[in-house]
Design a protein around this ligand. Structure first.
Ligand code: ADP
Ligand code: ASP
Ligand code: MG
Length: 816
């Protein structure tokens, strides 16, 4: 004897029902079969809506009922030959009229009791099972339809009745169904009756439970639950994009997963079959050859380490009972739970700290108001004397749960869980872990559920593959190269580093675009041109509201407004990678705040390209300091522009011509005075000083500027004119150095806590002497590198290397 149960989507229409019939026929060739069916998909909901509308005095219930009737009549017409239709059509119509009669009663009374609602929804399963039975008849497959209400006795908890007379039930079921002359019984799932023969239902999703009760009573083997997914998945496929099939799972794990929201199986289903050790198969009606999941006793673990799956329950309210009067006094929890149970409120999660100062329980949000009244009443005397506070209720929460039998023998699971949530800014409100250690649950904001489940899924099941969600602000010289590099490295990153970077948003100063699946980088320019107008606040809101895991925002602009948004991002645990120097070179307080926010909210704030473009300058400095070295002195040539200018100026061509060439070749800032005045170099050495732990501001940095005052006024044109007039000054500078056999270098220095910049004569013996093109060089003199400095040298400007530095920072975020 085998029991096959088909869910709502499997019997949603004539086409699907035909698939079911085919599968059952194949099964019949193996063994006698009991077929349990759900209502046609969506019908239970529609029946409930119709009844509720009627109770609210809303006549639209009639339309709903018509739709319900229409769907069933349509299925009958499609499934049965004309000659066989009329009796079934009239049976369907008769039942639909009964529903209509009950609803008009509800409408007149303006009242819908749970008992009446059960009566109404029972028609869903009655109708579907009758139609399916008729279809078998029409195909000449003998079958016997049975009314489950005569076979399964429940208590009277309408809406979610339970079967409490297992023995009696087993006897009735055996007596009625263990009949060797019938090879196919067909039963409506979900519905049953109490001792007084009043219709009850077994709770939403309860057809699974019907099937388990029947299988257990008859010692059937196996029980097959046929649905619209190919088995139990490691997480809800509607929430996670690449869930994995769980090939086998223990009864206990399946029970935990389903209790915590894995809707694929109704939780009470497991108990009866576990008692009898009946294996349960979850199979896909629409892909019947897929292997599916088998639920049985102990199972082998494959993938995911000690974790079998992740699930979530929405609509949770957290109740906190707090007060000094509770400490050390027994009986408080008992009274709290009594107050809740007096209102039939089911407690889903409990936590109590050892201080006993507060007890916290999670319940269904819909019960929150009733809980408040009941608990505040129960603790009325203590509340009035102030020893206990009125019950605190928080709503808008969900529970997420990690489930696995073998968690207890694997330390570190909770560390990994909370670490991953923390890194992604998911705030945990309450935690529970049963001593069975089969489940760790955490209460989090409902808005964070999708992100949290994806983060955890990645952490526990996709260790080989991480996804990074990138938003790029700026699509100029650096931005477009960054995009080109991302595109070029895509397959390398996937194959070798197991990282997938998706550009979810892209903006320049005029336009912005978002694409949750990732912008196609092959034609980003066209897409961006057609994007919506760039509004910075909307751009930032677009990033934060998406609430995606592993989010990084790359700022490849030089814009102060963009830099002013970092704090808002870091506070949402979104990492920021900037080649924009403005934030780090603004007042110290701002720089410090951003670093602190990054630490507080577990995000990264990285700006390697602020100094020396792609050269690993800040990273090297950080590594030295972290490993316990002390920086004594930093000497550096940090301006590609100044380097270019002094490498090319030989007193023959005019200084202003050389500067013009530097500008034409793209080395300089749009206003070259920012480079020539040394301001840009000051910013860079200030950032290095700050990273070394010094609280430095721009005005603390000495600048021995070589630019005559006359050059620094007016427009860029005025600047070039003034420079021509000052040629003698520049020539004198050059010759003074040449006379000593030295070169002019604009050197930044950080020594003994003091930073300064200025023009120097550098001889051929010095590490700063041999610099070509746009090279930068940084010399770190430290305790460990005391005689010869640690030298970082190479191209220190240019879009390509800057983009690669930004890219490296982005990868640093995910590897941290
Ligand atoms: P049926 O109508 O066949 O009883 P349900 O809708 O009750 O089907 O359950 C199947 C659905 O459960 C799937 O379509 C899927 O969206 C959802 N689901 C939630 N969590 C999981 C999970 N961990 N594994 C598989 N399915 C899940
Ligand atoms: N039809 C019922 C429901 O939708 C029971 C079931 O499908 O299992 O909840
Ligand atoms: Mg179901």
């Amino acid at each position: 004897m085998q029991v096959l149960k088909f869910g709502g989507s499997s019997v949603a229409n004539a086409e699907n029902i035909n698939k079911v019939i085919e599968l059952v026929r194949q099964a019949l060739s193996k063994d006698r079969t009991i077929l349990i069916v759900s209502a046609m998909g969506g019908i239970t909901d529609m029946l409930i809506q119709a009844a509720q509308s009627a109770a609210a005095g809303d006549e639209s219930y009639k339309e709903k009922l018509q739709q319900i009737e229409h769907r069933h009549l349509e299925a009958v017409r499609a499934l049965l030959p004309l000659t066989g239709q009329s009796s079934v059509l009239s049976a369907v119509k008769t039942r639909c009229n009964e529903i209509e009669d009950i609803c008009s009663g509800i409408f007149l009374l303006g009242e819908l009791s749970p008992r009446t609602q059960d009566k109404i929804v029972s028609y869903g399963e009655l109708l579907s099972s009758l139609i399916i039975s008729a279809r078998f008849d029409s195909l000449g497959v003998p079958n016997t339809w049975k009314d489950s209400r005569q076979l399964i006795r429940t208590d009277s908890r309408y809406g979610h009745a339970t079967v409490d007379f297992v023995r009696t039930n087993a006897q009735i079921l055996q007596y009625s169904l263990d009949n060797p002359s019938v090879s196919l019984f067909i039963l409506p799932g979900f519905i049953a009756a109490n001792d007084n023969n009043i219709t009850t239902t077994l709770g939403r999703g309860g057809s699974d439970y019907t099937a388990a009760i029947v299988a257990a009573a008859l010692d059937a083997n196996p029980l097959e639950i046929w649905t619209d997914v190919s088995g139990m998945m490691t997480a809800d496929p509607r929430l996670v994009s690449n869930p994995r099939l769980i090939p086998n799972i223990s009864y206990q794990e399946a029970m935990e997963l389903s209790h915590f929201g894995a809707k694929v199986i109704y939780p009470p289903t497991i108990q009866p079959v576990m008692k009898k050790g009946i294996p349960v198969w979850i199979k896909n009606t629409f892909n019947p050859t897929d292997p599916g999941t088998v639920i049985e006793f102990e199972t082998l673990h494959n993938g995911g380490g000690s974790i079998r799956g992740i699930s979530s329950i929405p609509g949770i309210a957290l109740l906190s009972l707090e007060g000094s009067g509770m400490v050390g006094i027994p009986g408080f929890s008992k009274r709290l739970f009594e107050a809740l149970s007096s209102q039939q409120i089911n407690v889903i999660l409990i936590t109590q700290g050892s201080s006993e100062h507060s007890i916290c329980v999670g319940i269904d949000e819909s019960n929150a108001a009733a809980a408040k009244i009941a608990v505040d009443n129960a603790f009325g005397p203590e509340i009035s004397t102030g020893t206990v506070e009125p019950l605190i209720i928080e709503t808008g929460l969900s529970i997420i749960a990690l489930v696995g039998d073998h968690m207890k023998s694997h330390p570190g699971v909770s560390g990994k869980l909370f670490g991953a949530l923390g890194r992604n800014g998911v705030n945990v409100r309450a935690i529970a872990q049963g001593s069975s250690e089969r489940n760790i649950s955490a209460v989090i904001a409902a808005a964070d559920v999708r992100k949290a489940i994806n983060v955890l899924h990645e952490e526990f099941f996709e260790t080989s593959y991480k996804q990074l969600n990138l938003f790029i602000t700026g699509a100029g010289n650096v931005g477009r190269r960054l995009i080109a590099q991302l595109l070029q490295q895509r397959s390398y990153l996937q194959e070798h580093l197991r990282i997938q970077i998706r550009v979810i948003g892209l903006a320049n100063s005029r336009k912005m675009i978002f694409n949750n699946e990732g912008v196609d980088l092959r034609n980003w320019q066209e897409q961006l041109d057609k994007g919506q107008p760039m509004k910075l606040d909307q751009w930032i809101a677009g990033i934060t509201s998406r609430n995606l895991r592993n989010t990084v925002v790359a700022d490849v602009t030089a814009n102060a407004d963009v830099a002013s948004c970092y704090a808002a991002l870091l506070q949402k645990s979104i990492s920021v990678v900037a080649c924009n120097k403005i934030a780090c070179s603004s007042v110290y307080g701002n720089y410090r705040q951003l670093k602190d926010l990054a630490r507080e909210f577990n995000a990264r704030f990285l700006f390697e390209t602020n100094v020396g473009a792609g050269l690993p300058v800040i990273g090297t400095l950080n590594d030295l300091l972290r490993s316990g070295d002390k920086v004594r002195r930093i000497q550096a040539v940090l301006s590609g522009t100044l380097n270019f200018v002094f490498n090319n100026y030989d007193g023959k061509r005019s200084f202003s011509e050389v500067v013009r060439q530097a500008q034409d070749e793209g080395y300089t800032e749009p206003d070259p005075r920012l480079d020539l005045s040394g301001t840009d170099v000051m910013r860079k050495i200030m950032i290095l000083a700050r990273e070394s732990g010094e609280k430095t501001e721009m005005e603390d940095i000495g600048n021995n500027s070589f630019m005559p005052e006359s050059c620094m006024q007016g427009s860029v044109d005025d600047f070039y004119k003034a420079m021509s007039k000052e040629e003698a000054h520049f020539k004198a500078l050059f010759q003074a150095a040449e006379k000593e056999g030295k070169k002019l270098k604009f050197v930044a220095q950080f020594d003994n806590g003091k930073a300064s910049v200025g023009l120097r004569h550098i001889g051929p013996e010095h590490d700063l002497y041999h610099l070509y093109g746009k090279d930068n060089v940084v010399l770190f003199y430290t305790d460990r590198y005391s005689e010869q400095p640690l030298v970082v040298k190479g191209a220190g400007a240019g879009a390509e290397v800057t983009a690669s530095g930004v890219f490296a920072d982005v990868l640093r975020v995910i590897n941290s």
